[in-house]
Design a protein around this ligand. Structure first.
Ligand code: SAH
Ligand code: SF4
Ligand code: F3S
Length: 479
């Protein structure tokens, strides 16, 4: 049991957000000070993130609050406050969390002030929370995706209640702006432009755990990016499950292409990326805006999922093979230097060898620069989980291996197309493998290693791409 002296709540608790959370941050800070005095050292925290870029961005918000209330970040899970921001898109994402929780409980035995929190998509599933209540009693705090903005308030409850605090909401319409954020990189940042998803692809759990689609107001997005740029950010990644349907439900509807044009105007911002584009909503307007833009990167992630029109229909994707191929054709014609990447699922219920060969055919025709390939994972509650004809594991494995080989052969063939040219590189970090080198990215997202030092991090430099080694370039700063 933690020994904590309850601190009196003074004044009225604000009802409005974000003021309410700032009030609780102040209280949490007093608790952190109290415990750290007793321990004679600062309290530490560690955030472990599973899943997609949305979760990564959410984790930066958690870090922002933890730092504001006085915790110090460390690079180990042997910290005073450990939080897992979870993903549930595939079954193995869940299993990882349970596995690691067991090992965390060992740390807690050694440090009785330790607090363990779980949040993110997995917590939106009632059976997960039930299992935690039954078998993982040492967890202190459980919350979901819709109330992450309440983190400071939940933290205070956790200090005061000394029992497992669970707060899960089914959905929310609220978007709370202006809470603190601690960015992982000083020079680039994710920016949420929308939350949730309305597409209900039949295999996918995201709409159930992230709720309905909500777009942020363009003014709020622009204001956030302007602040980021003033703080040294040169590249933003606009985030949404389907950015192409951005703005449709705003009081004054705005298209994603219009938003991009506004973002482009921000002085000092050098690069714009975005993720993810659903093929069904990708407009000619967007292609035109990308083509004419100086800042939008030459990379488009365009998930295919399957090349079979029959399977796509079962997946509820709202496009067919022909539409997808025609779209890619149009995009390539407008921007021949654009890198195209994708996501593909192998072994969706009822997928026949013929269906699979259609997927292989699209991969051959599009020639993706790279592709994420996934084995279909049955998610309870989704329509596909109830479909008959789930595909046997050995058949899936065989298809998966054939697809992966094709994807890799094509990537290898495409890599290196820019060898010999001079391209802008955003230097991101010191090379992990070799001293004296730094690592950066081209506009098309390819990785480049070049001689350099820490002073170059966060700057964009012209680089002569001398050689392509497999999937990355070696280069040097061009004179
Ligand atoms: N909103 C994005 C995808 C988010 S999930 C989009 O529509 O493209 C990221 C990827 O996980 C998906 O593109 C899909 O390929 C994969 N995925 C989602 N559910 C899955 C499941 N049940 N089994 C296997 N892969 C899945
Ligand atoms: Fe899932 Fe489809 Fe929504 Fe993407 S668009 S998050 S795959 S339901
Ligand atoms: Fe996973 Fe949630 Fe992202 S389920 S992929 S972390 S939206």
């Amino acid at each position: 049991m933690r020994e904590i002296e309850k601190i009196n709540h003074t004044g009225e608790v604000p009802v409005m957000e974000p003021q309410r959370q700032f009030y609780f941050m102040d209280l949490a800070k007093q608790y952190v000070t109290q415990i750290s005095r007793k321990k004679g050292r600062p309290l530490t925290f560690h955030v472990t993130t599973f899943g997609c870029q949305m979760n990564a961005r959410d984790s930066e918000k958690l870090c922002g609050i933890l730092e504001t209330v006085g915790f110090e970040e460390i690079d180990s899970e042997e910290a005073d406050f450990v939080i897992y921001n979870t993903c549930t898109v595939r079954e193995n994402a869940n299993n990882k969390v349970y596995g690691r929780l067991g090992y965390l409980s060992g740390f807690k035995k050694k440090n009785k002030d330790m607090m363990i929190a779980l949040c993110g998509c997995m917590m939106q599933e009632p059976e997960v929370v039930e299992k935690l209540k039954q078998s993982y009693r040492f967890v202190d705090l459980v919350f979901g995706t819709h109330n992450i903005f309440k983190f400071a308030e939940l933290l205070v409850r956790c200090f005061e209640e000394q029992k497992m605090v669970i707060d899960i909401w089914d959905d929310t319409k609220e978007i709370v702006e202006e809470l603190p954020v601690e960015r992982k990189y000083s020079f680039k940042s994710g920016v949420n432009i929308m939350f949730g998803c309305n597409n209900f692809c039949s295999y996918c759990i995201v709409p159930y755990v992230r709720g309905r689609e909500r777009s942020r107001k363009p003014q709020d997005i622009i204001r956030e990016i302007e602040k980021l740029v003033a703080d040294g950010v040169v590249e933003v990644m606009l985030l949404g499950q389907n950015v192409n349907s951005y703005g449709k439900n705003l009081d004054t509807p705005v298209t994603f292409a219009q938003l991009l044009q506004e973002v482009e105007k921000i002085e000092g911002l050098e690069r714009i990326r975005f993720m993810t584009s659903h093929p069904k909503d990708l407009s000619d307007e967007l292609i035109e805006v990308m083509k004419n833009s100086k800042k939008i990167c030459r990379h488009l992630h365009l998930p295919l999922q399957s090349g079979s029109s029959r399977v796509l229909k079962e997946m509820n994707r709202h496009y067919d093979k022909e539409h997808y191929l025609a779209l890619v054709e149009k995009i390539k014609k407008a921007m021949p230097d654009l890198a195209i990447t994708t996501d593909i699922i192998v072994g969706f219920p009822g997928e026949t060898e013929e269906d699979f060969l259609e997927t292989m055919d699209v991969v051959r025709q599009v020639e993706y620069d790279s592709a994420f390939t996934f084995i279909y994972s049955k998610r309870t509650g989704t329509p596909a989980a109830k479909m008959e004809n789930q595909i046997p594991e050995d058949v899936i494995k065989d298809r998966f291996d054939r697809l992966l080989k094709l994807v890799q052969d094509i990537s290898a063939k495409k890599a290196g197309a820019l060898t010999g040219s001079v391209q802008d590189v955003l230097v991101e970090e010191l090379d992990e493998q070799q001293e004296g080198l730094v690592t950066g990215r081209l506009s098309n997202n390819s990785v480049v290693h070049l001689p350099g030092d820490v002073s170059m991090i966060g700057t964009i430099v012209p680089v002569h791409l001398k050689e392509c080694k497999g999937f990355y370039y070696m280069g040097e700063v061009a004179e």
